[in-house]
Design a protein around this ligand. Structure first.
Ligand code: ADP
Ligand code: MG
Length: 729
């Protein structure tokens, strides 16, 4: 299977994206279109399906799937000059119409004053500019997908056919269509070819302009270009190496990465230490020090080294490729707002058709206008209405918001999550590795010093922050041969007779007076106990490292009225001490929790507080991450936590959450603005068109202006800048 992410040309709203998804669906593919970037993503079996076949399927639906930029015929090369020419001629024609009553004689204008010129122009418009619309409209009908293309096709064709009919009757009445000032002749009936020309040329040009803007915004925005390496150096257990294609790496492989290399996939360091430049992924410019046990992400760069890393995810599934392909955002779970906009868009076009029909009838029977005028007004209704607004409002805003959040260090896996975050009333954090940096310092130990090698050997098998810190601390210590190690989430490790873990793991075991004293002395630390079946042998005291950013974030959350809780598997005394430093209220600290109780505690908190967000990092958090209304895996979280969470924090700073909150709110406001605009615009313009106050060319111009306004407004979301810290405090 291969993942593809390709450009699609010719898409302008939700109807278009549906049409492209449907077309690919014919080949049995589940695809997702990203309207903000005009791209489609899907996974396909290279051996069974060729991209060329898919390109043809998409082409038949009226869109262009770009496989090879050079080979793809750029139809804009034809459309733009034709549309510009048609527009220019039509405008001159209109000027001519306007000047005519004043008897202004400009000889050159003769050319634009006659119906034959307009017949030719309109025919060219229909054949060159119109056909792409007609194709998409007809294809759309097949999937009951009636969108803007249909309205445009209908109004341009109707005005064309009507004009053609009038043109012929004029001729039958003996009026030479080449005669200037035919309008003043007896029995002349005005044609509407200019309407056809204007609708098609303006909308074609407007679409291209929209594309340009989107493209430009994207370029300015500069999504980090991540170039993963092609080759990797595989290290065999016996130390020998082999160079192979990074795509062929498997989970569990050990590879060597040299200073300056990009990492091919996600994994963790098993040897060496170095600084990783993660700016390509997260925008964070400070390099991060990684050492044995630390998580590293594909697509980032090693500045010094070398290191050896164990592969946790194959290259294709690595975070960088997900980000690149936006597959996280492409989750099937669409947000409520997207669903709403899809629904409105689906009903909107049929409603407009109905309104157009009604206005035709009203004009004809109630207002007693003639048939031609009634048709023209119905056509105006069709061209002024803008169903795109509804189909456009949500996707572009959401994608902009999603991009922006990513830029600020938060990856949302679904549109659903992105909408939810602005509604949270309460935030629950795991302590170790989430609120604390995960780097723990050993404050002292008591008991059998000779067992430290056992501790090291055991901790080497765990990714828990305590384990990583202890291994680091015991770097110089020799290693003991031990029996197979088993990790008990939220409690510790087990190996043969030994248990290394928290207070719960030594329940019922005897404790020497000396150890008891040590325990009492080090109340303010996190204690790790090594015991065998009968008694506690060794106690290590560790303290968490807290960052100022965590403190700031908690305070800011509280300032915004969000209640903050801390849940931890650690001891109560120590948890309270940490909470105090973080300014978390004592009654909001839940300690000595097991993985199961974390989830049930969340249920209780939710009953009290409402919509709840959980941030955690470890295997002991997976249940809680799933239980929460909304969950984030913190920066150093392990793979399971990442897969259980709704979003990922890509920076060590918790303040990324605040940025995400702001961006989500901003996006929401933006979407609402778009909705309001779309509604106001349509509600105001359609009646004007019915009353005959809007000439057809103006209708097209208004519609496209409305579309551009929406696109520009949606792209504005990206301009978010977090408040400066000084200001916040
Ligand atoms: P938190 O909820 O704060 O992230 P955990 O639930 O991961 O903490 O762990 C709870 C306690 O279990 C830790 O404070 C520690 O005492 C013990 N523990 C868990 N895993 C390990 C390990 N690998 N080595 C030593 N102790 C561990
Ligand atoms: Mg934790």
């Amino acid at each position: 299977m291969k993942k593809a992410n390709l450009e699609v040309r010719g898409m302008y709203c939700a109807h278009c994206s549906k049409a492209v998804e449907n077309a690919l669906g014919q080949a049995g593919l589940l695809s997702h279109v990203d309207l903000a970037h005009n791209r489609v993503e899907f996974t396909y079996d290279e051996e069974k399906i060729s991209l060329e076949y898919l390109r043809r399927l998409v082409k038949r639906a009226g869109y262009e799937l770009v496989i090879d930029e050079r080979k793809t015929f750029d139809r804009n090369k034809v459309l733009v000059p034709v549309a510009l020419l048609v527009l220019l001629f039509s405008l001159l024609g209109i000027v001519h119409h306007v000047l005519q009553p004043f008897q202004v004689e400009i000889p050159f204008f003769f050319f634009f004053g006659n119906d034959v010129t307009f017949l030719v122009l309109a025919t060219i418009s229909i054949l060159v500019l119109g056909i792409p619309f007609f194709v998409r409209a007809v294809k759309g009908l097949r999937y009951k997908n009636v969108g803007m293309d249909f309205l445009i096709s209908l109004s341009s064709l109707a005005s064309y056919v009507l004009s053609l009919y009038l043109f012929i009757t004029n001729m039958q009445r003996g009026i030479d269509p080449l005669t200037l000032h035919a309008h003043h002749m007896d029995g002349y009936r005005m044609t509407y070819f200019d309407g056809t020309c204007m609708i098609l040329s303006i909308i074609t040009l407007g679409h291209l302009l929209t594309d340009r803007i989107k493209l430009k915004a994207d370029k300015n925005y500069q999504k980090a270009a991540i170039e993963p390496p092609k080759d990797s150096t595989l290290v065999y257990p016996d130390g020998t190496t082999e160079t192979l294609d990074s795509d062929r790496l498997d989970v569990g492989d050990t590879i060597r990465v040299l200073a300056g290399d990009a990492l091919p996939c996600d994994g963790h360091v098993v040897k060496g230490r170095g600084h990783i430049d993660e700016s390509s992924l997260t925008g964070e410019s400070r390099p991060r020090l990684v050492q044995v046990g630390d998580k590293v992400l594909g697509g980032t760069y090693l500045q010094d080294g070398p290191i050896e890393m164990e592969v946790e995810k194959i290259a294709l599934e690595s975070l960088y490729s997900s980000i690149q392909n936006e597959s996280y955002a492409l989750d099937q779970r669409k947000g409520k707002l997207s669903k709403l906009s899809d629904t409105i868009a689906a009903y909107f076009t049929p409603s407009v058709l109905l309104i157009a029909l009604l206005s035709f009838l009203v004009c004809l029977f109630a207002m007693k206008l003639d048939v031609e005028e009634s048709i023209v007004r119905a056509c105006s209704v069709l061209s002024v209405s803008c169903p795109c607004a509804f189909g456009l409002a949500v996707p572009i805003s959401s994608m902009s918001g999603y991009d922006c959040a990513l830029r600020h260090g938060v990856l949302f896996k679904s549109g659903d999550t992105f909408e939810k975050i602005r509604r949270i009333q309460c935030a629950v954090f795991d302590k170790t590795g989430t609120l604390s940096t995960g780097r723990m310092h050993v404050e002292g130990f008591c008991g059998r010093k000779d067992l430290l090698p056992v501790v090291k050997a055991m901790e080497k098998n765990s990714l828990h922050p305590i384990a990583l810190s202890l291994v680091q601390w015991l770097q110089e210590e020799k290693e003991e041969e031990i029996e197979a190690v088993q990790e008990i989430p939220g409690e510790g490790l087990r190996s043969g007779p030994y248990v290394l873990g928290n207070r719960r793991s030594v329940q019922g075991k005897s404790l020497s007076a000396e150890l008891e004293r040590f325990e009492e002395e080090k109340k303010d630390t996190s204690l790790v106990y090594l015991s065998d079946e009968r008694e506690v042998l060794l106690i290590l005291a560790l303290v968490d490292e807290l960052s100022q950013d965590s403190v700031d974030t908690i305070q800011e959350l509280k300032r915004r009225g969000i209640h903050v809780y801390m849940v931890t598997g650690d001891r109560r005394e120590y948890a309270l001490q940490i909470a105090k430093r973080l300014t978390i209220d004592e009654e909001n600290v839940l300690s000595e929790a097991t993985p199961q109780s974390k989830a049930s505690l969340l249920r209780e908190i939710r009953k009290k507080e409402g919509v709840l967000c959980y941030v955690g990092d470890g295997i002991n958090d997976t249940l809680a991450l799933k239980e929460a209304d909304l969950s984030f895996a913190s920066y150093k979280a392990n793979a399971i936590a990442c897969s259980s969470a709704d979003g990922l924090l890509l920076r060590p700073e918790l303040s990324a959450l605040l940025a995400a909150l702001d961006i989500s709110k901003k996006t929401y406001v933006n979407i609402i603005e778009n909705f309001v605009w779309a509604i106001l615009y349509n509600v105001a313009m359609i009646p004007l068109a019915v009353l005959g106050l809007l000439p057809m060319y103006l209708c097209a111009a208004l519609m496209i202006a409305s579309n551009l306004t929406l696109t520009l407004n949606s792209l504005r979301v990206r301009s978010y800048r977090p408040e400066r810290k000084e200001k916040r405090r």
